[in-house]
Design a protein around this ligand. Structure first.
Ligand code: GTP
Ligand code: MG
Length: 198
């Protein structure tokens, strides 16, 4: 699935611009700078398919990528939430866009909820998790940037994160630990995407 062609389909700055819901989708959500765009690139073996940046707030629209021939899945790179420096009205716009898309999209099969392994699940993640639970939208917690912390700290954050995920009705009981830098967990993540659309 991920070795074939991958094409950028479109960018949706608001809900009117969403592509027709004709293909199943898997979305990458999470706080600003958590590594959503980087992980999407790594998953698809593309260096710069989705634009990444050191500056939080890089991704400002919903970006859709078509994967596979014949078309099998559409990956969605989302703007991050909780970007403190974004102007208030901009932050509010992203929040509505992300929430409305996640809650209302019929073809959305699973949301990958990315959490920085150095920080673990934060209050803003809990808000999103609750929103997804309430809307019965299936999601899976994915730890990112595992290369940035010590193995012993990683084990600890994995245990805490998995324990918390299991308490959420719409969350997959198993988390995935990844690094876009080393490739850790990428195969597992690919399997999770395939499982979600299967
Ligand atoms: P927004 O679009 O602003 O919400 O950010 P994002 O979640 O898409 O993050 P992005 O992929 O742009 O990555 C943010 C920064 O973290 C970049 O400087 C990346 O190079 C870095 N980064 C992402 N993933 C990893 C990782 O696994 N390991 C390390 N060391 N750095 C990473
Ligand atoms: Mg991004």
């Amino acid at each position: 699935l991920f070795s074939g062609p991958i094409a950028f389909l479109k960018s949706a700055p608001s809900l009117e611009f969403l592509p027709d819901p004709e293909v199943e989708e898997v979305a990458f959500a999470g706080r600003s700078n958590v590594g959503k765009s980087s992980l999407l690139n790594k998953l698809t073996n593309r260096r710069d398919l989705a634009r990444t940046s050191n500056t939080p707030g890089r991704t400002q629209e919903l970006n859709f990528f078509d994967v596979g021939t014949p078309l099998k899945v559409r990956l969605v790179d989302m703007p991050g939430y909780g970007f403190a420096k974004a102007p208030k009205d901009v932050a509010r716009k992203w929040r509505y866009l992300v929430n409305d898309y996640l809650r209302g999209r019929q073809v959305l099969k699973r949301t990958l909820l990315l959490v920085d392994s150095r920080h673990g699940i934060k209050e803003i993640d809990r808000e999103i998790m609750k929103m997804l639970d309430d809307a019965a939208v299936s999601y899976r917690v994915v730890l990112t940037k595992a290369d940035k912390i010590k193995a012993s700290d990683l084990r600890e954050v994995e245990a805490l994160t998995a324990e918390e995920a299991r308490k959420h009705p719409a969350a997959h009981p198993d988390i995935i630990t990844t690094s876009s830098e080393t490739g850790l967990g990428i195969d597992q993540l690919r399997k999770a995407v395939i499982e979600a659309i299967g």
